[in-house]
Design a protein around this ligand. Structure first.
Ligand SMILES: [Fe+2]
Length: 218
């Protein structure tokens, strides 16, 4: 029950070094059953490389070793994944995962701005282009790379989010330093990012798996 409490109040759960003898797939199956969500494909292995090593349509290809700005994973999808599970394989004690509950963002704007802000994906998805609200149907989405503001309200949101002076009261930080250290993020309510990577080349390896809400197509 603690997991459900944390996920609804903080928007993520730090599971600590969680059942280190098990693989991420087994843990994801257990958690998925517990949360009533289904797994999206297999896990991916995240490494940190220079921007030239990864495609331009990925975060890694754009930011490399630099700080990854706060974002929703797959924010340009009609329905982004519900939860993200991140698990450390090889840690770097100098690199933190940053987490910001969307209530901190919403608090900076009037209700009207939050309701009206419209974005469009940078590219068409399956040939279709549809507008997306900042917050709609229980999903809060933000991504400065893949979403483009479509109206004045959305530009106001972007200006705040890309400003280095943005001051959010509660920015949480988790360091995935030890093998097995695991966090579960509510991707519909909480933005995440990563501090810059100072040790290059980086040995850091993190596994990631997505969960989808039942009843939604991926
Ligand atoms: Fe991400």
């Amino acid at each position: 029950m603690q997991i459900l409490d944390d996920i609804s109040t903080r928007g993520f759960v730090d599971l600590g070094i969680y059942e280190p003898e098990k693989c991420i797939s087994k843990i994801a199956l257990q958690l998925g059953r517990y949360l009533g969500v289904r797994l999206h494909a297999n896990f991916e292995q995240l490494t940190t490389n220079s921007t030239t090593a990864k495609p331009q349509n990925t975060y890694a290809g754009n930011y490399g070793f630099s700080e990854l700005p706060l974002h929703t994973d797959l924010a340009h999808w009609y329905v982004p994944p519900r939860y993200i599970l991140l698990r450390c394989v090889v840690g770097d004690p100098e690199v933190s995962t940053l987490l910001l509950h969307h209530r901190e963002v919403v608090a900076q704007f009037s209700e009207a701005i939050v309701r009206r802000a419209l974005f469009r994906p940078r590219r068409r998805l399956e040939g279709k282009l549809f507008l997306m609200r900042l917050r709609d149907n229980g999903i809060f989405r933000w991504d400065q790379l893949f979403l483009t503001p479509d109206n004045h309200e959305a530009r106001q949101v972007r200006n705040l989010m890309i400003s280095p002076h943005s001051s959010f009261k509660i920015m949480e930080e988790v360091t995935l330093a030890e093998p097995g250290r695991t966090i579960l993020i509510d991707n519909w309510n909480t933005l995440h990012g990563r501090s810059l990577v100072k040790t290059i080349p980086s040995q850091r390896r993190i596994q990631r798996i997505y969960f989808h809400e039942e009843g939604y197509d991926d």
